[in-house]
Design a protein around this ligand. Structure first.
Ligand SMILES: NC(=O)C1=CN([C@@H]2O[C@H](COP(=O)(O)OP(=O)(O)OC[C@H]3O[C@@H](n4cnc5c(N)ncnc54)[C@H](O)[C@@H]3O)[C@@H](O)[C@H]2O)C=CC1
Ligand SMILES: CC(=O)C(=O)O
Length: 366
Protein backbone atom coordinates (compact mmCIF):
# COMPACT_ATOMS: atom_id res chain seq x y z
CA UNK A 1 0.00 0.00 0.00
CA UNK A 2 1.34 3.45 -0.87
CA UNK A 3 1.34 5.61 2.22
CA UNK A 4 2.01 9.24 2.87
CA UNK A 5 5.69 10.02 2.21
CA UNK A 6 7.46 10.03 5.60
CA UNK A 7 10.89 11.18 6.77
CA UNK A 8 11.80 7.60 7.70
CA UNK A 9 11.25 6.60 4.04
CA UNK A 10 13.78 9.26 3.16
CA UNK A 11 16.38 7.86 5.61
CA UNK A 12 15.56 9.87 8.75
CA UNK A 13 15.00 8.07 12.05
CA UNK A 14 11.59 9.39 13.06
CA UNK A 15 12.02 8.60 16.78
CA UNK A 16 15.38 10.28 17.22
CA UNK A 17 14.26 13.24 15.10
CA UNK A 18 11.26 13.92 17.34
CA UNK A 19 13.02 13.16 20.64
CA UNK A 20 15.63 15.74 19.68
CA UNK A 21 12.93 18.36 19.34
CA UNK A 22 10.56 17.57 22.18
CA UNK A 23 10.69 16.26 25.72
CA UNK A 24 8.05 13.73 26.70
CA UNK A 25 5.31 15.01 29.02
CA UNK A 26 4.12 13.04 32.05
CA UNK A 27 1.45 10.53 31.06
CA UNK A 28 -1.07 12.11 33.49
CA UNK A 29 -0.09 15.66 32.65
CA UNK A 30 -2.71 16.55 30.04
CA UNK A 31 -6.40 16.43 29.23
CA UNK A 32 -6.17 13.67 26.63
CA UNK A 33 -6.46 9.97 27.38
CA UNK A 34 -3.30 7.98 26.61
CA UNK A 35 -2.54 4.29 26.35
CA UNK A 36 0.52 2.74 28.06
CA UNK A 37 2.83 3.85 25.23
CA UNK A 38 1.70 7.46 25.61
CA UNK A 39 -0.22 7.40 22.31
CA UNK A 40 -3.29 9.66 22.18
CA UNK A 41 -6.53 7.66 22.45
CA UNK A 42 -8.55 10.27 20.53
CA UNK A 43 -10.96 8.43 18.18
CA UNK A 44 -9.87 9.32 14.65
CA UNK A 45 -12.41 9.99 11.93
CA UNK A 46 -11.68 8.28 8.63
CA UNK A 47 -13.33 9.21 5.35
CA UNK A 48 -12.74 7.24 2.14
CA UNK A 49 -13.32 8.76 -1.27
CA UNK A 50 -13.70 6.19 -4.04
CA UNK A 51 -12.91 7.75 -7.41
CA UNK A 52 -10.23 10.44 -7.51
CA UNK A 53 -11.63 12.21 -10.57
CA UNK A 54 -12.98 15.75 -10.80
CA UNK A 55 -15.75 15.14 -8.28
CA UNK A 56 -13.82 12.95 -5.84
CA UNK A 57 -10.97 15.42 -5.63
CA UNK A 58 -13.25 18.44 -5.23
CA UNK A 59 -14.91 16.60 -2.32
CA UNK A 60 -11.58 15.53 -0.78
CA UNK A 61 -10.20 19.05 -1.08
CA UNK A 62 -13.24 20.60 0.60
CA UNK A 63 -13.25 18.04 3.41
CA UNK A 64 -9.56 18.76 3.93
CA UNK A 65 -10.00 22.52 3.92
CA UNK A 66 -12.80 22.30 6.46
CA UNK A 67 -10.90 19.86 8.69
CA UNK A 68 -13.74 17.33 8.72
CA UNK A 69 -11.62 14.16 8.92
CA UNK A 70 -8.43 12.96 10.61
CA UNK A 71 -7.69 10.60 7.74
CA UNK A 72 -8.75 10.65 4.10
CA UNK A 73 -8.24 7.51 2.00
CA UNK A 74 -8.35 8.00 -1.76
CA UNK A 75 -9.06 5.13 -4.17
CA UNK A 76 -8.92 5.12 -7.95
CA UNK A 77 -8.30 2.62 -10.73
CA UNK A 78 -5.50 4.78 -12.22
CA UNK A 79 -2.42 4.44 -9.96
CA UNK A 80 -0.34 7.35 -11.30
CA UNK A 81 -3.18 9.84 -11.32
CA UNK A 82 -4.14 8.69 -7.82
CA UNK A 83 -0.66 9.11 -6.35
CA UNK A 84 -0.29 12.45 -8.13
CA UNK A 85 -3.54 13.72 -6.62
CA UNK A 86 -2.55 12.50 -3.14
CA UNK A 87 0.89 14.13 -3.27
CA UNK A 88 -0.52 17.37 -4.63
CA UNK A 89 -2.88 17.61 -1.65
CA UNK A 90 -0.19 16.52 0.83
CA UNK A 91 1.99 19.37 -0.37
CA UNK A 92 -0.60 21.80 0.99
CA UNK A 93 -0.14 20.43 4.52
CA UNK A 94 1.42 23.63 5.84
CA UNK A 95 -1.77 25.55 5.09
CA UNK A 96 -4.38 23.05 6.27
CA UNK A 97 -5.68 21.28 9.36
CA UNK A 98 -3.51 18.20 9.99
CA UNK A 99 -5.02 15.27 8.09
CA UNK A 100 -3.44 11.97 7.16
CA UNK A 101 -3.80 11.25 3.45
CA UNK A 102 -3.40 7.75 2.05
CA UNK A 103 -4.19 6.26 -1.33
CA UNK A 104 -4.29 2.92 -3.05
CA UNK A 105 -5.91 1.18 -6.00
CA UNK A 106 -6.76 -1.68 -3.61
CA UNK A 107 -10.05 -0.61 -2.04
CA UNK A 108 -10.00 -3.27 0.67
CA UNK A 109 -6.74 -2.34 2.36
CA UNK A 110 -6.84 1.43 2.21
CA UNK A 111 -10.48 2.01 3.18
CA UNK A 112 -10.55 -0.43 6.13
CA UNK A 113 -12.30 0.99 9.19
CA UNK A 114 -13.83 4.01 7.45
CA UNK A 115 -16.50 6.00 9.26
CA UNK A 116 -17.80 7.31 5.97
CA UNK A 117 -17.24 6.09 2.41
CA UNK A 118 -18.10 8.44 -0.44
CA UNK A 119 -18.48 6.84 -3.87
CA UNK A 120 -17.76 9.06 -6.87
CA UNK A 121 -16.14 6.45 -9.15
CA UNK A 122 -17.57 5.85 -12.56
CA UNK A 123 -18.49 7.14 -15.94
CA UNK A 124 -19.67 10.71 -16.28
CA UNK A 125 -21.89 12.35 -18.87
CA UNK A 126 -20.52 13.70 -22.11
CA UNK A 127 -22.19 16.96 -23.25
CA UNK A 128 -25.90 16.39 -23.90
CA UNK A 129 -25.97 12.90 -22.34
CA UNK A 130 -28.45 12.20 -19.50
CA UNK A 131 -27.46 10.77 -16.13
CA UNK A 132 -29.67 7.72 -16.75
CA UNK A 133 -27.46 6.83 -19.72
CA UNK A 134 -24.63 5.98 -17.31
CA UNK A 135 -26.62 3.33 -15.47
CA UNK A 136 -25.31 0.04 -16.88
CA UNK A 137 -21.64 1.11 -16.82
CA UNK A 138 -21.81 2.34 -13.26
CA UNK A 139 -23.84 -0.58 -11.90
CA UNK A 140 -21.09 -2.93 -13.13
CA UNK A 141 -18.54 -0.83 -11.26
CA UNK A 142 -20.67 -0.80 -8.10
CA UNK A 143 -20.80 -4.60 -8.13
CA UNK A 144 -17.05 -4.52 -7.47
CA UNK A 145 -16.79 -1.49 -5.23
CA UNK A 146 -19.70 -1.77 -2.80
CA UNK A 147 -19.15 -5.33 -1.46
CA UNK A 148 -15.47 -4.52 -0.85
CA UNK A 149 -16.40 -1.34 1.02
CA UNK A 150 -19.09 -3.04 3.09
CA UNK A 151 -16.81 -5.90 4.06
CA UNK A 152 -13.95 -3.68 5.20
CA UNK A 153 -15.99 -0.93 6.86
CA UNK A 154 -19.09 -2.71 8.16
CA UNK A 155 -20.07 0.19 10.42
CA UNK A 156 -19.56 2.95 7.86
CA UNK A 157 -22.03 5.39 6.40
CA UNK A 158 -22.22 5.09 2.60
CA UNK A 159 -22.66 8.31 0.64
CA UNK A 160 -23.26 7.79 -3.07
CA UNK A 161 -22.49 10.55 -5.57
CA UNK A 162 -21.91 8.68 -8.88
CA UNK A 163 -24.75 8.99 -11.38
CA UNK A 164 -27.54 8.20 -11.79
CA UNK A 165 -27.29 8.81 -8.06
CA UNK A 166 -30.77 7.72 -6.92
CA UNK A 167 -30.62 4.37 -8.69
CA UNK A 168 -27.02 3.79 -7.61
CA UNK A 169 -27.98 4.54 -4.00
CA UNK A 170 -30.56 1.74 -4.29
CA UNK A 171 -27.85 -0.48 -5.82
CA UNK A 172 -25.44 0.38 -2.98
CA UNK A 173 -28.11 -0.41 -0.40
CA UNK A 174 -28.83 -3.81 -1.98
CA UNK A 175 -25.19 -4.76 -2.50
CA UNK A 176 -23.95 -3.59 0.91
CA UNK A 177 -26.63 -5.22 3.04
CA UNK A 178 -26.42 -2.09 5.24
CA UNK A 179 -29.45 -0.76 7.11
CA UNK A 180 -31.26 1.81 5.01
CA UNK A 181 -30.39 4.58 7.47
CA UNK A 182 -26.68 4.22 6.59
CA UNK A 183 -27.00 4.46 2.79
CA UNK A 184 -27.55 7.97 1.46
CA UNK A 185 -27.39 9.53 -1.99
CA UNK A 186 -26.20 13.12 -2.42
CA UNK A 187 -29.44 13.54 -4.36
CA UNK A 188 -30.89 17.02 -4.78
CA UNK A 189 -28.73 18.70 -2.12
CA UNK A 190 -26.89 20.17 -5.13
CA UNK A 191 -30.05 20.91 -7.18
CA UNK A 192 -31.52 22.69 -4.15
CA UNK A 193 -28.40 24.85 -3.91
CA UNK A 194 -28.75 25.73 -7.60
CA UNK A 195 -32.43 26.54 -6.99
CA UNK A 196 -31.55 28.73 -4.01
CA UNK A 197 -28.82 30.46 -6.03
CA UNK A 198 -31.20 31.33 -8.87
CA UNK A 199 -33.89 32.54 -6.47
CA UNK A 200 -31.36 34.53 -4.45
CA UNK A 201 -30.11 36.25 -7.62
CA UNK A 202 -33.68 37.05 -8.59
CA UNK A 203 -34.57 38.41 -5.15
CA UNK A 204 -31.16 40.01 -4.51
CA UNK A 205 -30.63 38.23 -1.19
CA UNK A 206 -28.07 35.77 0.16
CA UNK A 207 -28.71 32.18 -1.01
CA UNK A 208 -28.26 31.02 2.59
CA UNK A 209 -31.39 32.96 3.52
CA UNK A 210 -33.50 31.25 0.86
CA UNK A 211 -35.30 28.14 2.09
CA UNK A 212 -36.12 26.10 -1.01
CA UNK A 213 -36.12 22.44 -1.91
CA UNK A 214 -35.81 20.46 -5.07
CA UNK A 215 -37.03 16.91 -4.39
CA UNK A 216 -37.39 13.66 -6.34
CA UNK A 217 -34.83 12.51 -8.87
CA UNK A 218 -31.43 14.18 -9.13
CA UNK A 219 -32.05 14.54 -12.82
CA UNK A 220 -34.51 15.58 -15.43
CA UNK A 221 -37.67 14.78 -13.44
CA UNK A 222 -36.70 16.68 -10.25
CA UNK A 223 -39.50 18.65 -8.59
CA UNK A 224 -39.30 22.25 -7.38
CA UNK A 225 -41.36 22.60 -4.20
CA UNK A 226 -42.63 26.10 -4.90
CA UNK A 227 -45.28 25.92 -2.19
CA UNK A 228 -42.65 25.96 0.56
CA UNK A 229 -40.12 28.47 -0.80
CA UNK A 230 -39.53 31.17 1.78
CA UNK A 231 -37.20 34.01 2.71
CA UNK A 232 -37.14 35.14 6.34
CA UNK A 233 -40.22 33.01 6.92
CA UNK A 234 -42.12 34.83 4.14
CA UNK A 235 -43.59 32.68 1.34
CA UNK A 236 -42.10 33.99 -1.92
CA UNK A 237 -44.26 32.20 -4.49
CA UNK A 238 -46.71 35.08 -4.71
CA UNK A 239 -43.94 37.68 -5.13
CA UNK A 240 -42.36 35.66 -7.91
CA UNK A 241 -45.67 35.13 -9.66
CA UNK A 242 -46.40 38.86 -9.48
CA UNK A 243 -42.97 39.79 -10.84
CA UNK A 244 -43.45 37.48 -13.82
CA UNK A 245 -46.93 38.74 -14.55
CA UNK A 246 -46.82 41.25 -17.38
CA UNK A 247 -50.39 42.45 -16.95
CA UNK A 248 -53.05 42.07 -14.34
CA UNK A 249 -55.03 39.85 -16.69
CA UNK A 250 -52.15 37.43 -17.40
CA UNK A 251 -53.39 33.90 -17.07
CA UNK A 252 -52.39 31.42 -14.37
CA UNK A 253 -50.85 29.26 -17.09
CA UNK A 254 -48.37 32.02 -17.92
CA UNK A 255 -47.35 32.24 -14.30
CA UNK A 256 -46.86 28.50 -14.13
CA UNK A 257 -44.75 28.65 -17.27
CA UNK A 258 -42.49 31.20 -15.60
CA UNK A 259 -42.06 28.95 -12.58
CA UNK A 260 -41.42 25.95 -14.80
CA UNK A 261 -38.79 28.07 -16.57
CA UNK A 262 -36.89 28.47 -13.27
CA UNK A 263 -37.18 24.72 -12.58
CA UNK A 264 -35.85 23.98 -16.05
CA UNK A 265 -32.94 26.38 -15.44
CA UNK A 266 -32.08 24.35 -12.32
CA UNK A 267 -32.26 21.08 -14.27
CA UNK A 268 -30.24 22.54 -17.15
CA UNK A 269 -27.52 23.85 -14.83
CA UNK A 270 -25.52 20.61 -15.00
CA UNK A 271 -25.96 20.30 -18.78
CA UNK A 272 -24.78 23.88 -19.23
CA UNK A 273 -21.67 23.46 -17.06
CA UNK A 274 -20.83 20.10 -18.68
CA UNK A 275 -21.24 21.70 -22.11
CA UNK A 276 -18.88 24.51 -21.13
CA UNK A 277 -16.14 22.81 -19.06
CA UNK A 278 -16.76 19.09 -19.56
CA UNK A 279 -17.85 18.18 -16.03
CA UNK A 280 -19.20 19.70 -12.80
CA UNK A 281 -17.05 19.65 -9.69
CA UNK A 282 -16.92 22.66 -7.34
CA UNK A 283 -20.58 22.84 -6.39
CA UNK A 284 -20.84 19.08 -5.80
CA UNK A 285 -17.61 19.29 -3.76
CA UNK A 286 -19.13 21.88 -1.42
CA UNK A 287 -22.51 20.14 -1.42
CA UNK A 288 -21.02 16.82 -0.31
CA UNK A 289 -18.66 18.39 2.26
CA UNK A 290 -21.76 20.10 3.68
CA UNK A 291 -23.37 16.65 4.09
CA UNK A 292 -20.16 15.22 5.58
CA UNK A 293 -20.10 17.96 8.23
CA UNK A 294 -23.71 17.23 9.21
CA UNK A 295 -23.17 13.47 9.34
CA UNK A 296 -19.83 13.24 11.11
CA UNK A 297 -20.51 16.09 13.53
CA UNK A 298 -24.02 14.85 14.28
CA UNK A 299 -25.52 18.21 13.35
CA UNK A 300 -29.07 16.94 12.79
CA UNK A 301 -29.55 19.40 9.95
CA UNK A 302 -32.20 18.84 7.28
CA UNK A 303 -30.86 18.15 3.78
CA UNK A 304 -32.66 17.07 0.63
CA UNK A 305 -30.86 13.77 -0.02
CA UNK A 306 -31.70 10.47 -1.62
CA UNK A 307 -33.35 8.15 0.91
CA UNK A 308 -35.75 5.22 0.75
CA UNK A 309 -39.04 6.96 -0.05
CA UNK A 310 -41.43 4.01 0.05
CA UNK A 311 -44.75 5.06 1.58
CA UNK A 312 -44.10 8.80 1.29
CA UNK A 313 -46.45 10.87 -0.89
CA UNK A 314 -48.29 7.78 -2.11
CA UNK A 315 -45.21 5.91 -3.36
CA UNK A 316 -46.34 2.27 -3.38
CA UNK A 317 -45.18 -0.07 -0.63
CA UNK A 318 -43.61 -2.49 -3.10
CA UNK A 319 -41.56 0.26 -4.78
CA UNK A 320 -38.16 0.47 -3.08
CA UNK A 321 -37.43 3.86 -4.57
CA UNK A 322 -34.59 6.11 -3.45
CA UNK A 323 -35.22 9.75 -4.19
CA UNK A 324 -34.62 13.04 -2.47
CA UNK A 325 -36.81 14.28 0.33
CA UNK A 326 -35.73 16.56 3.18
CA UNK A 327 -34.06 14.27 5.72
CA UNK A 328 -32.68 14.84 9.22
CA UNK A 329 -29.09 13.64 9.23
CA UNK A 330 -26.67 12.85 12.04
CA UNK A 331 -23.82 10.53 13.01
CA UNK A 332 -26.07 7.49 12.64
CA UNK A 333 -27.08 8.51 9.11
CA UNK A 334 -30.71 9.21 8.23
CA UNK A 335 -32.54 9.97 11.49
CA UNK A 336 -35.87 10.82 9.89
CA UNK A 337 -37.56 12.03 6.73
CA UNK A 338 -39.78 15.10 6.65
CA UNK A 339 -43.29 14.33 5.45
CA UNK A 340 -43.58 17.60 3.49
CA UNK A 341 -46.86 19.17 2.70
CA UNK A 342 -47.04 19.21 -1.11
CA UNK A 343 -49.64 20.59 -3.47
CA UNK A 344 -51.57 18.21 -5.69
CA UNK A 345 -49.38 19.17 -8.67
CA UNK A 346 -46.12 18.71 -6.69
CA UNK A 347 -47.26 15.29 -5.48
CA UNK A 348 -48.13 14.30 -9.04
CA UNK A 349 -44.68 15.33 -10.25
CA UNK A 350 -42.94 13.54 -7.37
CA UNK A 351 -44.81 10.33 -8.16
CA UNK A 352 -43.81 10.67 -11.79
CA UNK A 353 -40.17 11.09 -10.67
CA UNK A 354 -40.51 7.99 -8.44
CA UNK A 355 -41.93 6.01 -11.36
CA UNK A 356 -38.98 6.93 -13.60
CA UNK A 357 -36.52 5.81 -10.93
CA UNK A 358 -38.39 2.64 -10.00
CA UNK A 359 -38.70 1.45 -13.61
CA UNK A 360 -34.91 1.57 -13.84
CA UNK A 361 -34.29 -0.07 -10.45
CA UNK A 362 -36.77 -2.83 -11.10
CA UNK A 363 -35.05 -4.03 -14.27
CA UNK A 364 -31.72 -4.49 -12.42
CA UNK A 365 -33.02 -7.63 -10.72
CA UNK A 366 -31.31 -6.92 -7.38
N1 LIG B 1 -24.61 13.34 -7.73
C1 LIG B 1 -24.18 14.49 -8.22
O1 LIG B 1 -24.73 15.56 -7.89
C2 LIG B 1 -23.04 14.50 -9.16
C3 LIG B 1 -22.56 13.31 -9.66
N2 LIG B 1 -21.53 13.30 -10.53
C4 LIG B 1 -21.11 11.97 -10.98
O2 LIG B 1 -19.89 11.63 -10.34
C5 LIG B 1 -19.21 10.66 -11.13
C6 LIG B 1 -17.75 11.07 -11.29
O3 LIG B 1 -17.64 12.24 -12.08
P1 LIG B 1 -16.21 12.87 -12.39
O4 LIG B 1 -15.41 12.87 -11.16
O5 LIG B 1 -16.43 14.13 -13.13
O6 LIG B 1 -15.62 11.78 -13.39
P2 LIG B 1 -14.08 11.46 -13.64
O7 LIG B 1 -14.01 10.70 -14.92
O8 LIG B 1 -13.28 12.71 -13.50
O9 LIG B 1 -13.71 10.52 -12.40
C7 LIG B 1 -14.18 9.23 -12.24
C8 LIG B 1 -13.04 8.45 -11.64
O10 LIG B 1 -13.48 7.15 -11.31
C9 LIG B 1 -12.35 6.31 -11.47
N3 LIG B 1 -12.71 4.90 -11.49
C10 LIG B 1 -13.20 4.18 -12.52
N4 LIG B 1 -13.35 2.89 -12.14
C11 LIG B 1 -12.96 2.82 -10.85
C12 LIG B 1 -12.89 1.77 -9.90
N5 LIG B 1 -13.27 0.52 -10.20
N6 LIG B 1 -12.42 2.04 -8.68
C13 LIG B 1 -12.03 3.29 -8.35
N7 LIG B 1 -12.09 4.33 -9.20
C14 LIG B 1 -12.54 4.09 -10.44
C15 LIG B 1 -11.71 6.79 -12.76
O11 LIG B 1 -10.38 6.35 -12.92
C16 LIG B 1 -11.84 8.31 -12.58
O12 LIG B 1 -10.67 8.87 -11.99
C17 LIG B 1 -19.99 10.57 -12.45
O13 LIG B 1 -20.85 9.45 -12.43
C18 LIG B 1 -20.78 11.85 -12.47
O14 LIG B 1 -21.92 11.79 -13.28
C19 LIG B 1 -20.92 14.43 -10.95
C20 LIG B 1 -21.33 15.65 -10.47
C21 LIG B 1 -22.46 15.80 -9.57
C1 LIG C 1 -23.34 16.00 -13.15
C2 LIG C 1 -24.39 16.19 -12.18
O1 LIG C 1 -25.09 15.30 -11.79
C3 LIG C 1 -24.61 17.53 -11.68
O2 LIG C 1 -23.74 18.40 -11.71
O3 LIG C 1 -25.75 17.81 -11.23
Amino acid sequence: MKKACSLSELGFDADSASSGLFRAVAANGGDHHHDSSGTSMHRLTKVSVIGAGNVGMAIAQTILTRGLADEIALVDALPDKLRGEMLDLQHAAAFLPRTRLVSDTDIAAVTRGSDLAIVTAGARQIPGETRLNLLQRNVSLFRKIIPALAQNSPEALLLVVSNPVDILTYVAWKLSGFPVSRVIGSGTNLDSSRFRFLLAEHLDVNAQDVQAYMVGEHGDSSVAVWSSVSVAGMPVLKTLQDSHTTSASASMIMKEEALEGIRRAVVNSAYEVIGLKGYTSWAIGYSVANLVATLLRDQRRIHPVSVLATGFHGIADDHEVFLSLPARLGRAGVLGVVDMELTHEETKRLRHSAKTIWENCNQLGL
